[in-house]
Design a protein around this ligand. Structure first.
Ligand code: CTP
Ligand code: MG
Length: 164
C-alpha cells in the first residue's frame, strides 16, 4: 500500500512541481492578453500567465532531471517533461472550461481545479509511460487532498489569494 503511494508520488512529481511553481513564480502578462471570447469571458483569465507557464516547465523538467540522475534513467527526464507540459496544459484547459461556465478567475470549481492537471499530465506521458491502475487510483484520490492541503498552506503563507 505505502509502496504504491510512494511510486505513484514519484511518478507524478514533475507534474506537481509544474503545477505548484506558478503560484510562486507566476504573474505578469496573461497568456490570453486579456482577450475575450464571444461569451464575454476571457479565454483563460488573468491567472494564467506566460511567466507561470515557463516557470512551470523549467521546474518540472529540473525535478525530472534530478529524478533521472537518482534512478540512473536517461529516459525519465523526457517522461517528466511530458508530465510537466501536460500538467500546465491541463491547468489551462481547466481555466478555459471555468471561463466558459462563467466561473470568475480564482473562484473554485471542485474536482476540476484538483484533477485537470493530473489527467492531462497522465495523458501526455502515456505514449512513454503509464502507471499501474493501482497507482492511477491512488493519484486520483490523493491529488485532490494534496492540492487542497498545499493551496490552504500557500493561502496561510500569503502566497495565494484563495485557499483552493
Ligand atoms: N499562475 C500563473 N500562470 C499559470 C498558472 C498559474 O501565473 N499558467 C499563477 C497565478 O498567479 C494564479 C496562481 O498561479 O493566480 C494560482 O493558479 P490557479 O489556482 O490555477 O489560478 P486561479 O487564479 O485560481 O485562476 P482559475 O480560476 O483560472 O483557476
Ligand atoms: Mg484556482
Amino acid at each position: 500500500m505505502l509502496e504504491v503511494i510512494g511510486s505513484a508520488l514519484w511518478f507524478i512529481l514533475p507534474a506537481y512541481a509544474a503545477n505548484a511553481t506558478p503560484v510562486l513564480a507566476g504573474g505578469g502578462r496573461p497568456l490570453d492578453r486579456g482577450r475575450k471570447l464571444s461569451d464575454g469571458e476571457p479565454i483563460f483569465g488573468s491567472g494564467k500567465t506566460v511567466r507561470g507557464l515557463l516557470a512551470g516547465i523549467v521546474t518540472g523538467s529540473a525535478v525530472a532531471i534530478v529524478q533521472g540522475i537518482l534512478t540512473n534513467s536517461c529516459r525519465w527526464p523526457l517522461v517528466g517533461l511530458l508530465l510537466a507540459l501536460g500538467a500546465l496544459v491541463g491547468d489551462l484547459i481547466g481555466s478555459f472550461i471555468k471561463r466558459r461556465l462563467h466561473i470568475p478567475r480564482g473562484r473554485p470549481a471542485p474536482l476540476l481545479d484538483q484533477l485537470d492537471f493530473l489527467l492531462v499530465a497522465l495523458l501526455f506521458a502515456s505514449p512513454l509511460a503509464v502507471p499501474s491502475w493501482q497507482e492511477i487510483a491512488t493519484l486520483l484520490i490523493i491529488t485532490p487532498l494534496i492540492h487542497l492541503g498545499t493551496n490552504a498552506g500557500a493561502y496561510a503563507l500569503g502566497l495565494k489569494k484563495h485557499p483552493w
